[in-house]
Design a protein around this ligand. Structure first.
Ligand SMILES: [Zn+2]
Length: 355
């Protein structure tokens, strides 16, 4: 085999947007990113799931084929696809509630797209792909949390994301942390899940509830001014801005919402001793350093057996402020597959067999 450093065409598909770009091994950025609206549930909310699956598959094949003939993609040896849902080692999508809604059969993305494009395709879960961006040394172990509209989590160790081959694991966002009758809903349909509480959406809901229940404190908050005193007028951007400026009402609500996230970190630490936690996702990044500071307060309060408070705080860090984690990560997976077939077999699963 000759040079396997790329370029690789990489794509990331979520509920609203499909992004396609290209990466070269050793280059820390993704280039030439093209964005189109996903041909899924968000665009066709009344379409049946089977039709949406066909639309999305057709769109992926068409857009990737069009990208592959661009001059900067010339010589691409493989395509990496980061997918917003659980996938198997063979690149079969098991579910994609945000892309095509609940239900529907599984979709063999690697097989379908590989046949259409005439190139090997590596499909991986988007959080798994994102974790690859942050892999440092061979022995490095860390846990990546995505805090955006929901919460995702993955543990990464020795070039491998620790999930079951059938796609189980990495779902602390759907861990139930609130058993009360008033537990907020999660986007999966459950109640009281971490992802419905410690997420951008969950925190916004909690801020609005607190504004109604504690009108005096709300009136004294910067959030009252930005929303003209209407709780339903509060936005995630305003909450993030208020927290950054130390607004005590916003900080209090965020602190309560992050307590179960601290519990999740403590449980991962207590069970397998991971000591690096990286937080990415729109809401965490919008809040910035105060997000990990407040989470650090709660985690210190909770305690991590055997660690001092400074050691506890040192475990938490923010990821990069861009939104390219999954694109860069899936590119690194492809590059690693070329550089080290053993690593590829473990981490990119069956991909190496398809070279
Ligand atoms: Zn859930």
């Amino acid at each position: 085999m000759t040079d396997r450093g790329g370029p690789f065409v990489v794509a990331d598909i979520g509920g609203t947007t499909l992004r396609i770009g290209h990466v070269t091994a050793g280059d820390p950025v993704v280039r030439g990113v093209r964005r189109v609206a996903t041909e899924g549930l968000a665009r066709y909310p009344d379409a049946p799931v089977a039709e949406l699956q066909q639309r999305v598959l057709g769109q992926l094949a068409t857009e990737l084929a069009a990208y592959l003939v661009r001059s900067e993609a010339a010589g691409s040896r493989a395509v990496g696809l980061s997918f917003a849902g659980p996938t198997t080692v063979d690149g079969v999508a098991l579910a994609a509630p945000t892309i095509w809604g609940e239900g529907g059969g599984s979709v063999a993305l690697n097989a379908h797209l590989g046949a259409r494009l005439g190139l090997p395709v590596l499909t991986v879960n988007d959080i798994t792909a994102a974790a690859w961006r942050y892999a440092r040394a061979e022995d490095d172990a860390f846990c990546l949390f995505t805090v955006s509209s929901g919460v995702g989590s993955k543990v990464f160790r020795r070039g491998e994301v620790l999930v079951d081959d059938a796609g189980f694991g990495g779902e602390l966002g759907h861990w139930r942390v609130d058993w009360s009758g008033t537990a907020p809903p999660c986007d999966c349909g459950g109640r009281g899940h971490l992802g419905g509480i410690a997420s951008g959406r969950g925190i916004l809901r909690a801020v609005r509830v607190a504004a109604r229940q504690r009108p005096g404190e709300f009136a004294g908050s910067a959030l009252a001014a930005s929303s003209a005193g209407r709780p339903e007028g509060i936005t995630n951007e305003a909450v993030a801005g208020a927290v950054r400026r130390g607004d005590s009402f916003a900080v209090d609500v965020l602190r309560a919402a992050l307590r179960p996230l601290a519990l999740a970190v403590a449980s991962v630490f207590s069970s397998i001793g991971i000591r690096r936690y990286i937080f990415i996702g729109g809401f965490a990044v919008a809040v910035g350093q105060p997000f990990v500071d407040i989470l650090g307060d709660e985690l210190t309060e909770l305690g991590c057996f055997g660690l001092t408070p400074p050691q506890v705080r040192a475990m938490l860090m923010l990821g990069a402020a861009d939104d390219d984690h999954s694109l860069i990560g899936v590119g690194r997976m492809l590059a690693a597959a070329g550089a080290d077939p053993r690593l590829a077999a473990e981490a990119a699963h069956a991909y190496v067999d398809r070279w």
